[in-house]
Design a protein around this ligand. Structure first.
Ligand code: WTA
Length: 648
C-alpha cells in the first residue's frame, strides 16, 4: 500500500471505543471539565498540579515566558530524589515495592522505597567521594538493571546532571556524547544480558575513553561477572564496594526549579546528535501529572513500561513519573522472546501488572508471533494499555485491545517526544472515547494545532505540520551548548510556536491523527535515528564517495533504513556487508541499514540537492513522482529498475 493509501485508510477509520466501564468507575480523571478548566487558566492548572510535589521553597511565579525560553515554577526549590524516594519513606509506602525487577536469566528482585532510599543515598555519597558536585555531568551507560535507576537518582540527589546513553549505542557514539557533555564520570556495568548473550558495555567504555579526556573516574556495577570481557578502566571503582563503604544518610541538595536535571541525546536533522536539556521542577511536575492521569494510576497498581531507560520514555515513565507518584514500577532486563515468546505475558501474570506501556513495533511483533502466546498467561490484572513511539496502525490497535486487553482495557495512544519530556496528545482513560489510530486530544493545559506552510490552521481532515502553541512545564529548555540551534530548529519556522517535525491531521470531531515525521528523522522499531547521521557514518568509510539515506515503510518496524551509495572507483569486495558493519560500529547495531543500493550517481536537482522523495518512491516500489527538476532523469530510472528487480 502506498503512503497516500495508508493515510486515506486511516481517515476512513470509523470504529470508536467509549471508556470501558471497568476503567471509568473510579478513574482519577473523571470530570470532563478538566479540559476547559486547564484551557482557561493553564498556569493555574499547572500550579495546582505542582502542589502534588514536595517543595523545599515554594515558587514565586508559575511561568516566566520569554519565547522561546520558558521558566517554570520560578524561585521554587526542590530535589528530585527526595520527591521520588524519600517522601514515600515516611508514610505507608515505606515498605511498598518501588521497583520490581526481573533479569533476563530469570532472577528477581523487589526493592522497597525504604531500600531504594538507602541505595540512592549511598550511591550519592559515592559520587561525592569521586569529586562529583552540583552541575557536573555524569554519563550512564548501563543495561536495564535497578542500579541504572539508582545511579540516575543519585545524580539528582546531589545536583549532578546525568546523560544516559542507550546500551545499544557503539563506543564511538558513546564517546561523542561523553565529549559533547564533558562528563567527569562514567557509570557502567561489566556487561548486560540480551537474548542470552552478553553486551560488552564495559569494553565499549574502554574504547570510548581512548578519546574522552574529560572522564576522571568510572564506577562499574558487576552484573554478568566472568561472562564479560575482562578490562580495566580509567579511575575504576567497583559499584558494590563503593556503596558498601558509604553512609545511607545523604541530605538532598536543594535545587532551583530551573536547574538542569539531565541531558538526553537524540537524533535531529543533522549528523550531530542534539543534547536535549530538561530541568528540574517543571519536568517533574509534567511527568508526574501525566503519569497519574494518563495511566489512571492508583496506589495499589503495578505499572510496567517495557521501554528502555536509555530513551526518554524510560526516563519519564519508568523512573521519574512513576517514582514521583510512589508507584510500583516493573523493570525487565531482556528481550520479549527470551527464553520464549511469551515472556511479557508471563511477567504480567507473575506480578499482576495492571498497566502496561509499550511500542507499536513490539505490538506488531506480537501479532506476528500469534495470539496463542498471550493466551498462555492470565492477563486479567490488566486495566490500561499504552502505546508510544510511532503512529499505531488501527489493525495493531485492535489486536492489542482484543488479544491483550480482552476488550476490557482502555488503550491510550500517547504522542510525545524527547523534547516535550512528557506525554502531550493522549486519551484520558476514564474520559476519552478512543478511535484506533488516533492519539485523540492534547492533554489538559496543552495546546496543539496543525498548520499549513503559510502558518494558517488547516481545516478538518487536511494534513499539515503539528505545532504546540503554548509552553508546557516539561518542555526542553535548550540544546546543550547550542541555544542558537534550539531557536532555529524548533521555534523559527512559525515564530512563537514549537515545531514538532511531525505531520498530523485533525478530523471533524477534533481528533488528532499523527502521520509520522515530515523531516529527516526516522523512526526504526521505536528508535529515533537521523538520516544524516547514518549518511555521515557511511561517507566516513574510505570506499564511499556519497550516500543518501531514507526511511522506507516497513510493516513490522514502522520504518526501515534504506541507503543509496556511490562508491569510489577503487572499491571492491562485498561492500554491502562491510558498510552495514561500519554503520554498526559508528553508531550502533540499531542504525545498521536494512538495504544498501549501489548506484553510479544519486538523483539530484540541477542545484545539486539529493531528491530523497524519489529515493523513497524507489525504496517503497512506487510509481515515481515528478522527476522534471532532476539534473539527469536517467539516474532514477536506472535505480528503479535495479531496485524493482530485487525480490521483496
Ligand atoms: C513519534 C518518544 C505517532 C513522533 C516518546 C515523534 C509518535 C517521535 C507517537 C519522537 C505516537 C512518538 N503516535 N507518533 N503515539 N509517539 N511518536 O523523541 O514522530 O524518541 O516526533 O520520543 O516519535 O521520538 P522520541
Amino acid at each position: 500500500m502506498s503512503e497516500a493509501d495508508r493515510l486515506d485508510a486511516l481517515l476512513q477509520e470509523t470504529r470508536s471505543f467509549p471508556p470501558p466501564a471497568y476503567v471509568r468507575t473510579g478513574a482519577i480523571a473523571s470530570d470532563p471539565g478538566i479540559y476547559r478548566r486547564a484551557d482557561l487558566d493553564p498556569e493555574g492548572f499547572w500550579s495546582e498540579m505542582g502542589t502534588a510535589l514536595h517543595w523545599m521553597r515554594p515558587w514565586d511565579r508559575v511561568l516566566q515566558w520569554d519565547p522561546p525560553h520558558a521558566q517554570w515554577f520560578v524561585g521554587g526549590e526542590l530535589n528530585v530524589a527526595e520527591n521520588c524516594v524519600d517522601r514515600h519513606c515516611v508514610g505507608p509506602r515505606r515498605n511498598k515495592a518501588a521497583i520490581i525487577w526481573e533479569g533476563e536469566p530469570g532472577d528477581q528482585r523487589v526493592i522497597t522505597y525504604g531500600q531504594l532510599q538507602r541505595d540512592v543515598a549511598r550511591a550519592a555519597n559515592a559520587l561525592r567521594r569521586l569529586g562529583i558536585t552540583k552541575g557536573d555531568r555524569v554519563a550512564i551507560y548501563m543495561g536495564m538493571v535497578p542500579e541504572l535507576a539508582v545511579a540516575m537518582l543519585a545524580c539528582t540527589r546531589i545536583g549532578a546532571v546525568h546523560t544516559v546513553i542507550f546500551g545499544g549505542f557503539s563506543a564511538e557514539a558513546l564517546r561523542e556524547r561523553i565529549n559533547d557533555a564533558r562528563c567527569r564520570l562514567v557509570i557502567t556495568q561489566d556487561g548486560a544480558w540480551r537474548r542470552g548473550r552478553v553486551v560488552p558495555l564495559k569494553q565499549n567504555v574502554e574504547e570510548a575513553l581512548l578519546g574522552a579526556p574529560s572522564v576522571e573516574h568510572t564506577l562499574v556495577y558487576r552484573r554478568v561477572g566472568a561472562a564479560a570481557p575482562q578490562v580495566a578502566l580509567r579511575g575504576e571503582v567497583d559499584w558494590d564496594e563503593a556503596l558498601a563503604h558509604e553512609s545511607a544518610v545523604c541530605p538532598p541538595e536543594p535545587m532551583q526549579a530551573e536547574d538542569m536535571l539531565y541531558i538526553l541525546y537524540t537524533s535531529g536533522t543533522t549528523g550531530k546528535p542534539k543534547g536535549i536539556v530538561h530541568t528540574t521542577g517543571g519536568y517533574l511536575v509534567g511527568v508526574a501529572t501525566t503519569h497519574r492521569l494518563v495511566f489512571d494510576l492508583h496506589d495499589s497498581d503495578v505499572y510496567w513500561c517495557a521501554a528502555d531507560i536509555g530513551w526518554v520514555t524510560g526516563h519519564s515513565y519508568i523512573v521519574y513519573g512513576p517514582l514521583a507518584n510512589g508507584a510500583t514500577t516493573v523493570i525487565y532486563e531482556g528481550t520479549p522472546d527470551f527464553p520464549e515468546r511469551d515472556r511479557h505475558w508471563r511477567i504480567i501474570e507473575r506480578y499482576g501488572v495492571n498497566i502496561y506501556y509499550t511500542a507499536p513495533t513490539t505490538i506488531r511483533t506480537f501479532m506476528r508471533w500469534g495470539p496463542q502466546e498471550p493466551a498462555k498467561a492470565d492477563l486479567s490484572s490488566l486495566r490500561i494499555l499504552g502505546s508510544v513511539g510511532e503512529p499505531i496502525n488501527p489493525e495493531a490497535w485492535i489486536w492489542y485491545h482484543e488479544n491483550i486487553g480482552k476488550g476490557r482495557c482502555a488503550v491510550v495512544d500517547t504522542w510525545w517526544q524527547t523534547e516535550t519530556g512528557m506525554i502531550m496528545i493522549t486519551p484520558l482513560p476514564g474520559l476519552t472515547t478512543t478511535k484506533p489510530g488516533s492519539a485523540t486530544h492534547p492533554f489538559p493545559g496543552v495546546a496543539a494545532a496543525v498548520l499549513d506552510e503559510a502558518g494558517n490552521l488547516v481545516g478538518p481532515g487536511a494534513g499539515g505540520n503539528l505545532v504546540l502553541t503554548r509552553p508546557w512545564p516539561a518542555m526542553m529548555r535548550t540544546i546543550f551548548n547550542d541555544d542558537e540551534r534550539f531557536v532555529r530548529q524548533y521555534w523559527s519556522r512559525y515564530p512563537g510556536k514549537y515545531l514538532t517535525g511531525d505531520g498530523a491531521r485533525v478530523d471533524a470531531d477534533g481528533y488528532f491523527w499523527l502521520l509520522g515525521r515530515v523531516d529527516d528523522v526516522m523512526n526504526v522499531a521505536g528508535h529515533r535515528l537521523s538520516t544524516y547521521e547514518i549518511e555521515s557514518a557511511l561517507v566516513d568509510h574510505p570506499a564511499v564517495a556519497e550516500a543518501a539515506v531514507i526511511g522506507r515503510h516497513d510493516d513490522l518496524k514502522g520504518q526501515a533504513v534504506a541507503a543509496f551509495v556511490t562508491l569510489k572507483e577503487s572499491a571492491s569486495g562485498d561492500m554491502g556487508a562491510e558498510l552495514k558493519a561500519h554503520v554498526a560500529v559508528k553508531i550502533g547495531p540499531i542504525a545498521r541499514p536494512d538495504d544498501i543500493f549501489f548506484t553510479a550517481e544519486l538523483p539530484k536537482t540541477r542545484s545539486g540537492k539529493i531528491m530523497r522523495r524519489l529515493l523513497r518512491d524507489i525504496a517503497e516500489r512506487r510509481v515515481l513522482g515528478d522527476t522534471t527538476t532532476l539534473a539527469d532523469p536517467n539516474v532514477v530510472a536506472m535505480l528503479k529498475q535495479q531496485y524493482d528487480g530485487v525480490e521483496e
